[in-house]
Structures are given as C-alpha cells and as structure tokens.
Design a protein around this ligand. Structure first.
Ligand SMILES: [Zn+2]
Ligand SMILES: [Zn+2]
Length: 355
C-alpha cells in the first residue's frame, strides 16, 4: 500500500510500504478514508524525534484517521467489516487497571516492553494512519462507529484534537460565567475555545501572535489579544476587575506560556496545559502557583473517554469541528500538506488528507 513515511527531518515520503496485517485476534484493519496532519506530527517533521532502535526511519506517520473496517480478528466484538469507524490516537487495551480507570494513555499493556508505544505513527510500534490502511490493536477499545448522520470530516477530529480541546476545558474546570484565557488559536486552541464556551464560559480571551488566526477567533466570539502588540497581563486584569482569569488553557506547547498562565490566572484559578511541551525541562515560577493557589494540570488525551460525550454534540449541531479545515489534499500530496502546515502558508489551520 501507499503511505506517508518518516525518513528524517523534513524528509517524509509518499511511497510503498507493507500492507498492515492482523497481529492479534483483537486487532482490526481499517481502510483509511481520511487522515489529518496534527501539530504534534510537526515535532517529527522538524526532527524532534531522537533516533533510537525503536524509531528507525521508514515508519508510517499520522495518528488522526478514520475509515472503513476491512478485517477484524476473531476476538473483536464491537465492530465488523464494512463499519465506518474512527480510531483514538492513543490506544489502550481497554481492560488493564489503567484503562479501567479511564487512563487509556497509560495502558499497562500498550506501554510496556521494548519498543512499546501507544500513539499511532511515532515509530514506537504502532504504524500511523496517513496511509491507505492501518492496523488498530484492541479494536473494541480504540475504534468508534461513526453514525450515518455525521460526515467523515465532522468525525475526524474526534480522533485527537477535539477531545484534547475538551480536555483542556475539563482539566481547567471551566464553569458557567468564567473568564477563560486560551493560549493558541491553532486547531487545538480553537477547539479549546469552542469547548470553553460549551462549558459555559462568559468570556474567552484568545491569545496568538498570528493576526489571521486571531481574526478567526474573533469571528467565533472570542475576545482576542496579540501579545506582541498588547500587554496580555494588563488586558486580562483590566477586564476582570484586577482579579485575573478563572481558568487558563495553554494550547501551544511552550514552557514560557505556563509562566504567562500563572500571571493571568486569578488566585484559586486553574491552569491546564494541553500543548505538547517538548522541552525536556521547563522552568516554572513555582512560588507564584503556590502563593496564588493555582491548580496546574496536564496530560495526554484519552479520546476514548471524551468521544461518547462529544459525538452527540456534533450530531445535534452544537459544535462544528469541520469548520477548522482549510486544506484538503489527496494522500499522495501529503508531503505538500506538511510543507503548507509547517510553513504557516496560505492561512492554513488544518490539513486533511483524503485517501
Ligand atoms: Zn494529533
Ligand atoms: Zn490497558
């Protein structure tokens, strides 16, 4: 089959690779119809993945994909050949003590042993979904049927970034009447803003240096701040009577923005970090978090937990995830998609690849 393969920094290739096959009786093979390029894929694109025996070049990338079930092992009960399904970007076994507590990302089965990895497409064992087909382990835990009333494009972001955005609002305990600061107006930031409003935020302050992204946030109902032009701390204190925001969501993945989060959040407020901070060590103004009684929470998303909540909201038209799509390309032009997304070209927000 054809797939987008990682060969190194800025060197992804659309080429032939082995067809996926069932490796266990709980596996399923999904014939991919759509896949998306994620901000965290750009860590690979920019060379952020250290080469190791587990990350040899040549693996298939991509962790946001959906399609049609092509084959299931004899142990799969919840889906069958022909079902339209989406896959959770993190895979859990569904039955270990971590999964049973809803922490699929910490699955004791998927994360154990040499070469183990529970995220698709990062070279740690699970091949990615920017391909014509993908193997999904523990299909009963990680595949979700897509109702006929929802299009592929509306369902696609349930694989990762919509649950991630929702998790931001959830971890930050966004409640009715809150003022919420969201760092980042990229795809994840946009969904965090959407979900903060869904949770009752009275005011969402979107922060980004990109004016075109800010304009999009403004149109969706956010107050917007370009921190290169406006003093963000003064702005937030100014519109909260000197108090600060009730909740802050960091959706960029930069250590210094966690410090900024502490500065704009009120005493007793909550900070959620959902951006992927790839820096190995982050310096934090710990005493500020301490003195202001700010709760700081973070984590890898567990879409399996959030999909059942978010799916009906899409079905009923309460949220419109496909509205973030700016670019649609055939899978064969996936590398071009990376160039567009990584280069912030053409006012890009989200690139979808059609297989
Ligand atoms: Zn993603
Ligand atoms: Zn598990």
């Amino acid at each position: 089959m054809k797939a987008i393969l990682y060969h190194g920094k800025h060197d992804f290739r659309f080429s032939d690779t082995a067809d996926p096959t069932l490796g266990a009786e709980t596996d399923a093979i999904v014939r991919v119809s759509r896949a998306a390029i994620c901000g965290s894929d750009l860590h690979l694109w920019h060379g952020g993945l250290p080469e190791s025996p587990n990350t040899r070049p040549g693996f298939t990338v991509g962790h946001e994909f959906l399609g049609v079930v092509d084959e299931v092992g004899p142990g799969v009960r919840s889906v069958r050949k022909g079902d339209r399904v989406l896959a959770s970007c993190t895979a859990g076994c569904g039955t270990c003590t971590a999964c049973r507590r809803g922490v699929f990302s910490g699955c004791l089965v998927m994360t154990q042993g040499p070469g183990a990895g529970n995220i698709f497409g990062f070279g740690h064992g699970l091949q990615g979904g920017q391909a014509e087909a993908a193997r999904v382990p523990f299909a009963d835990a990680n595949l979700f049927k897509i109702p006929d009333s929802i299009s592929d494009e509306q369902a696609l972001f349930l694989t990762d970034i919509l649950p991630t955005g929702y998790m931001g609002a959830d971890l930050a305990e966004v409640s009715p009447g809150d003022t919420v600061v969201v760092f980042g107006c990229g795809p994840v930031g946009t969904f965090a803003q959407m979900c903060a409003r869904l949770c009752g935020a009275a005011r969402v302050i979107a922060v980004d240096p990109d004016e075109q992204r800010l304009e999009r946030a403004r149109k969706s109902g956010c107050d917007v701040v370009n921190p290169t032009k406006t003093n963000l701390v003064e702005f937030v204190l100014g519109c909260t009577g000197g108090l600060g925001a009730d909740a802050t969501i960091e959706a960029v993945g930069r250590g210094d923005l966690i410090t900024q989060s502490a500065l704009v959040t009120r005493a007793g407020g909550r900070v959620a970090v959902i951006g992927v901070v790839a820096e190995p060590m982050v310096q934090l103004p710990w005493i500020l978090f301490f003195m202001k009684n700010i709760a700081l929470r973070t984590g890898l998303v567990n879409p399996q937990v959030h999909i059942p909540r978010l799916l009906p909201l899409i079905e009923r038209g309460r949220i419109d995830p496909a509205s973030i799509i700016t670019h649609r390309l055939p899978l064969s032009q996936g590398v071009r998609g990376y160039e567009i997304f990584a280069g912030h070209q053409d006012n890009v927000l989200k690139v979808v690849l059609e297989a």
